[in-house]
Ligand binder design. Structure first.
Ligand SMILES: NC(=O)c1ccc[n+]([C@@H]2O[C@H](COP(=O)([O-])OP(=O)(O)OC[C@H]3O[C@@H](n4cnc5c(N)ncnc54)[C@H](O)[C@@H]3O)[C@@H](O)[C@H]2O)c1
Length: 395
C-alpha cells in the first residue's frame, strides 16, 4: 500500500514538484495546500491530478492540513518558514519533506535554535524528516559519494563549494524572486517581522542560505565543518537589494567567502556570492591524496576521465522512471535532475519506514557552517567553532 501526501506551498518552486509527487507509484492520495486559493486551483482543476486528488483534500493553510489524516507533508513555503512549520507538522504526527534552506532569517542565533529544535523533534517523534537539498542529488554528488565509498579519493585534503547567484541574473533575478515571495498573506506577515530584526540592529548575509555550497563537500566526505574564518565583500554601487531592511546604511555583504577546517582534517573553501559576474552556478571540487573530482572530471594516477551526467547518476527504479516520464518532459526534473531523486527518496523512505538519505542531522551541518561563517565575516575573520549535532542514528 502506498502513502498519502500533502503539498504545502504551491508557489513557483512547489509547483515544480507537484506532478512528480503525484506521479510516484507509491503515492496513493495527494492533498493540496496554500494560503493563496488560486495556487491550489491550478492543480485541483488539472485533469492530471484527478486520479489521486479529491476536492476534500484542498486545504487553505498548514494549520488546516495538519488536522487531516494525510501521512506526510512536503513543505515548500517561503525560506523563513520551513523549520518552524516542519517542527509543527511533526508535532501533529506528520512525516515531513522540507525545501531548503532550513531557515533563512537575519538572526543566526535564531537559526541555530531551530537546528536544535529540529534534531530534537525528529529524535523525539521518530517520524521521517528529509531535507530537500538539490545539490545532494546532482550527478556530481552521486558520483563522488560512490568514489568516496570505495576509497577512491584516498585521504581528503581539500574541498571547495560555491553557490554563485547574481542578484540581477537574467534567468532568475533575486529582486523579482523577493517581490514574489513577499506578495500574499505569508509575505505581508514577514515584511512586518523583518522590521523587528532591523530595530535590533541585526545584519543579514548570503551565508544564511549556505546549503547548496556546503552540502557537496560535507556529503561526499561524510565529515563536518569544525572551525571557520570568513570575510565579506560589501556592495559598492548603492544597489537597494543589499541595503533594504538592513540596519547598517552601508548595507549587508553581497558576497561572503569562508575557509573551514573539517572534522576529517581537510580544509574547505565555501563561496556564497550574490554580486558576481556569473549569473548562476552551484558546484564543488574535492581533492584527495589518491583522486580528485572537478569540473565533471575524475583525476587519479591513471590520468583523467571526463564524465557524462548519465555516468555519474545513481540508477532510479524503472517503474519510478516510467511514472516520472509522464509527469515531466525532462524525467529527472530541475536542478541537475535532482528533483526526481528527492521525490523518490522521501516517498520510498516513508513507505518503507526507513531513514531518508538527507536527515535532520545532515541539514543542520549544512546550515550551521553558514551561520558561523557569517558571524566570522561580521567579526572580520575571527576564528569560530562550528556547532555539531552528531551523526544521524545508524550512520
Ligand atoms: N535549489 C533549491 O533547492 C531551491 C530552488 C528554488 C527555491 N527553493 C526554496 O523553495 C521555497 C519556496 O520558494 P518559491 O519561490 O516557490 O516561493 P513562493 O513564495 O512562490 O511560494 C511559497 C508558497 O507557500 C505558501 N505558504 C506560506 N505559508 C503557508 C502556510 N502556512 N500554509 C499554506 N501555504 C503557505 C505561500 O502562500 C506561497 O504560495 C523557498 O524557501 C526557496 O528557498 C529551493
Amino acid at each position: 500500500m502506498g502513502i498519502s501526501l500533502g503539498l504545502v506551498g504551491l508557489g513557483s518552486f512547489g509547483s515544480a514538484f507537484a506532478r512528480l509527487f503525484k506521479s510516484h507509484p507509491q503515492v496513493d492520495r495527494i492533498g493540496l495546500c496554500d494560503r493563496e486559493p488560486e495556487r491550489i486551483a491550478r492543480f485541483a482543476e488539472d485533469p492530471f491530478f484527478q486520479d489521486k486528488f479529491k476536492p476534500s483534500d484542498a486545504y487553505a493553510s498548514l494549520d488546516e492540513i495538519l488536522k487531516s489524516d494525510l501521512d506526510a507533508l512536503a513543505i515548500i513555503t517561503q525560506h523563513w518558514l520551513h523549520t518552524p512549520q516542519a517542527v509543527q507538522a511533526m508535532g501533529a504526527g506528520k512525516h515531513v519533506y522540507s525545501a531548503v534552506p532550513l531557515l533563512s532569517v537575519p538572526d543566526g542565533d535564531e537559526i541555530l535554535d531551530w537546528c536544535d529544535k529540529l534534531v530534537d523533534t525528529v529524535r523525539r517523534t521518530g517520524l521521517r524528516y528529509m531535507y530537500g537539498e538539490t545539490t545532494y542529488y546532482r550527478p556530481s554528488a552521486m558520483y563522488c559519494r560512490r568514489r568516496a565509498a570505495e576509497g577512491g579519493f584516498g585521504d581528503f585534503v581539500h574541498a571547495e563549494g560555491e553557490y554563485l547567484h547574481a542578484f540581477d541574473s537574467p534567468g532568475c533575478d533575486l529582486r523579482e524572486v523577493s517581490r514574489q515571495r513577499l506578495a500574499g498573506a505569508a509575505g505581508a506577515e514577514w515584511s512586518e517581522k523583518l522590521k523587528g530584526y532591523r530595530r535590533r540592529g541585526i545584519q543579514d548575509g548570503p551565508m544564511h542560505y549556505p546549503t547548496h555550497s556546503t552540502s557537496g563537500p560535507i556529503c561526499v566526505m561524510n565529515a563536518h565543518m569544525s572551525r571557520v574564518c570568513a570575510w565579506g565583500y560589501r556592495n559598492r554601487t548603492g544597489e537597494p537589494y543589499f541595503r533594504e531592511g538592513q540596519p547598517d546604511p552601508a548595507g549587508r555583504f553581497s558576497n561572503e567567502t569562508a575557509h573551514f577546517l573539517m572534522s576529517n582534517g581537510a580544509t574547505c573553501l565555501i563561496r556564497e556570492y550574490r554580486e558576481i559576474g556569473n549569473p548562476g552556478n552551484e558546484g564543488f571540487r574535492i581533492f584527495g591524496t589518491q583522486g580528485c573530482y572537478r569540473d565533471g572530471t575524475w583525476f587519479d594516477k591513471n590520468g583523467w576521465a571526463p564524465l557524462t551526467a548519465e555516468q555519474m547518476r545513481d540508477p532510479l527504479p524503472d517503474q519510478v522512471l516510467k511514472a516520472f516520464a509522464g509527469a515531466d518532459p525532462g524525467v529527472y526534473g530541475g536542478h541537475g535532475g535532482s528533483h526526481a531523486y528527492l521525490v523518490h527518496e522521501f516517498v520510498d523512505a516513508v513507505a518503507g519506514d526507513r531513514m531518508p538519505a538527507i536527515t535532520a542531522w545532515d541539514a543542520v551541518r549544512y546550515t550551521a557552517a553558514g551561520v558561523m561563517a557569517h558571524k566570522s565575516a561580521l567579526a572580520d575573520g575571527e576564528m569560530l567553532a562550528v556547532p555539531d549535532w552528531g551523526d544521524p542514528p545508524g550512520r
